[in-house]
Design a protein around this ligand. Structure first.
Ligand code: DMJ
Length: 652
């Protein structure tokens, strides 16, 4: 037997030879012996087959290597979904130090540029392409294990999450084929946008997720603020059943009547605001007042309105300040209010993102005190010095009513919903309050002029921050509310370039998910801007957590509602799958996680934020619905906690 001559040998291994051991060499020789035993015809047929496979995979390979931007890829290819994954969250585990390997930026995952692809082992690329169907862009994420690179599809787990998100135990080989078949069927319908079945399946997946989250809350945290799903307990923030109230209108919209009725009974019989407890004005306004008002509107049940009046009036002492800029905290039992212990400042976003709710409370009660109080804040902020092209600083002093910590501008934490509420108040009031519109439009121009940049190497448009004239390429996940808000503005008649920007930012926000190893976004990212960067996105160690936040799926909902481009649904679907894979706790509930960069060690935080039920799952449901009348955006405006409030009739 002669060793195979080099030119006859067909190998898929283009990686370093040193990685092959003796066993592999033996298998090669054995293959070669078998090959030699084949007839000439058999060999020709096999070679022809391999040639055809090569032709068939050529477009996928070139697309992968070119690292196409979304605009260049077809919607159809984008709509092929990644395979479903097993439910993975283990029982509670005690924190352990991060492996040092995580300190090394994970270049394979963050980029699809040709330069970077060259760094891949060619073996892995070939494996990926041959094992998977669908476009590389949805599948290119590789996962690192030890010092090697392992394709996602090589993971073997015991359970698999079905299309609808339910966990089924199955023999992977048998079940996989069925799953693929069923997915292809649903996907074909989904792509055409014509199948009720497909829409129903997507909606059902969200309902399944909600039921699972709710079950955990019900079993371990009923009537308390937040579920701690791993320790099967709860945490209190205000002691007001925050998750339950935040979730009321979601249950109504999802049609979960039984769950809604149980919750309603609790609100009617157990919820009391006559408690000696400090609450944050902003958080209790957007979650509790907003949740009760929207549930009242959806159901017509006046019990919710009575509760809304009760909490609304108990929050009013916050406005008793020298400047009329409200304090951050109120004791709703004692009727006293105060700033945080360390400062007399309030956060700009907090004092300017309570207006939708208080204005609506005034309209419903015919009592102007609520509207007057929040309008005074807007009036003052409108006139203040210290803005930059309509952009506002992050803090405002409750004694003198001036901005503090000036010179720092962000669309992220502490400023974000100021911009959102400028537009939404204008919409709520029937587009008559010109000053709000002017401030909003000016601020968006300010964003374009001062905060908008493109990343390298792939040119993702992002919103950075400015500190005393110095630009920082830092972007919070919170900023991902902006594509949706821009799209909403364009829908209500603002310039078309707002929609163009919305689409670009939407892509960026999705990349913040898909470029992570878990497919879930971190809390904060930093974009690379210098030419020759090998990846667009870096994540600092302290920023790798995911709190189940809604902003990206919120924006996906708006973008889909206005464009009907199914890629936005596909992106939302992928995000839901990854929530199911990495944050779902088997005994009930979902948990925020500390590390989106290590699929093997996500480090659960043991907390389900109330906005996961109030916002994230609601927006996912609305994203998958093809009914524009389900919370019509011409009739409702969502507060910043996803509670829909009516756009006022023109007579109001
Ligand atoms: C929510 O409470 C609201 O969406 C708020 O505007 C921002 N933070 C959370 C969600 O991330």
């Amino acid at each position: 037997m002669h060793p195979p001559s080099r030119q006859d040998y067909i190998s898929i291994s283009l990686a370093g030879q040193g990685t092959y051991n003796n066993g592999k060499q033996w298998r090669r020789q054995s293959c070669w012996r078998k090959w030699k035993r084949l007839s000439r015809l058999q060999r020709s047929l096999i070679l022809l087959f391999l040639f055809m496979c090569g032709i068939a995979s050529y477009p996928a390979v070139t697309e992968h290597l070119r690292g196409l931007t979304d605009g260049e890829r077809s919607t159809e290819s984008n709509s092929v979904l990644r395979p479903v994954f097993p439910q993975v969250l283990p029982e509670p585990i005690s924190p352990r130090p991060e492996p040092s390997s995580q300190l090394i930026p994970d270049t394979e995952h963050a980029d699809v540029s040709p330069r970077l692809i060259e760094k891949y082992s060619a073996t892995v690329i070939i494996k990926k392409l041959s094992n998977k169907r669908g476009p590389p862009i949805l599948q290119h994420r590789l996962q690192k294990k030890g010092n090697g690179t392992v394709a996602v599809e090589e993971q073997k787990e015991e359970g698999v999450v079905s299309w609808r998100g339910a966990v089924v135990d199955a023999d992977r080989d048998t079940e996989e084929a069925k799953e693929e078949e069923s997915k292809d069927h649903l996907l074909a319908n989904h792509k055409s946008g014509s199948s009720n079945q497909s829409e129903a399946s997507l909606l059902e997946a969200v309902k399944d997720a909600f039921r699972h989250a709710w079950q955990g809350y019900k079993d371990f945290a009923w009537g308390h603020d937040e579920l701690r799903p791993l320790s099967k307990s709860y945490s209190e923030w205000f002691g007001l059943g925050l998750t339950l109230i935040d979730a009321l209108d979601t249950m109504w919209i999802l049609g979960l009547k039984e769950e809604f009725e149980e919750a309603r009974t609790w609100v009617a019989t157990e919820l009391t605001f006559n408690k000696n407890v400090d609450v944050n004005l902003f958080e209790s306004t957007i979650r509790i007042l907003g949740g009760l008002l929207s549930t009242y509107h959806l159901t017509g049940d006046t019990m919710f309105l009575d509760k809304a009046k009760d909490i609304g009036s108990r929050l009013m002492p916050a406005f008793n300040t020298p400047s009329k800029i409200p304090y951050s905290d109120v004791n709703i039992g004692k009727g006293t209010a105060h700033p945080p212990r360390w400062t007399s400042d309030s956060t700009v976003a907090e004092v300017t993102s309570i207006q939708l709710e208080f204005r609506e409370l005034s309209r419903l009660t015919q009592d102007p005190q609520y509207q007057d109080a929040v309008a005074e804040v807007m009036k003052q902020v409108h006139q203040l010095d210290g803005k930059l092209d309509g952009l506002v600083p992050m803090f405002i002093n409750t004694n003198n009513g001036q901005f503090t910590h000036q010179g720092i501008f962000t669309l992220g934490a502490r400023a974000d919903s100021y911009y959102e509420y400028l537009l939404k108040q204008w919409i709520q009031g029937g587009k008559k309050e010109d000053q709000l519109l002017q401030d909003y439009v000016q601020a968006i121009e300010g964003v374009k002029k001062n905060l908008l940049q493109k990343s390298s190497p792939n040119g993702l448009t992002f919103v950075g921050e400015l500190s005393h004239g110095q630009f920082s390429p830092k972007m919070d996940h919170l900023v991902c509310f902006l594509p949706g808000t821009l799209a909403l503005g364009a829908h209500h008649g603002l310039p078309a370039d707002h929609m163009d920007l919305a689409k670009q930012l939407m892509e960026t926000c999705y990349q913040m998910y898909t470029q992570m190893e878990t497919g879930l976004s971190p809390e904060i990212v930093h974009f690379n801007m210098h030419e020759g960067s090998i990846r667009d996105i870096d994540v600092k160690l302290a920023d790798r957590h995911n709190l189940l936040r809604p902003e990206t799926v919120e924006s996906l909902f708006y973008l889909y509602r206005f464009t009907k481009d199914h890629k936005y649904q596909d992106w939302g679907w992928n995000i839901l799958q990854n929530f199911n894979k990495y944050t779902k706790v088997s005994s009930g509930g979902y948990t925020s996680i500390n590390n989106v960069r290590d699929p093997d060690y996500t480090s659960p935080r043991d907390k389900m934020e109330s906005f996961f039920l109030g916002e994230t799952l609601k927006y996912l449901y609305l994203l998958f619905s093809d009914d524009p009348g389900l919370i019509s955006l011409d009739e409702y405006v969502f507060n910043t906690e996803a509670h829909p409030l009516p756009i006022w009739p023109s007579t109001a």
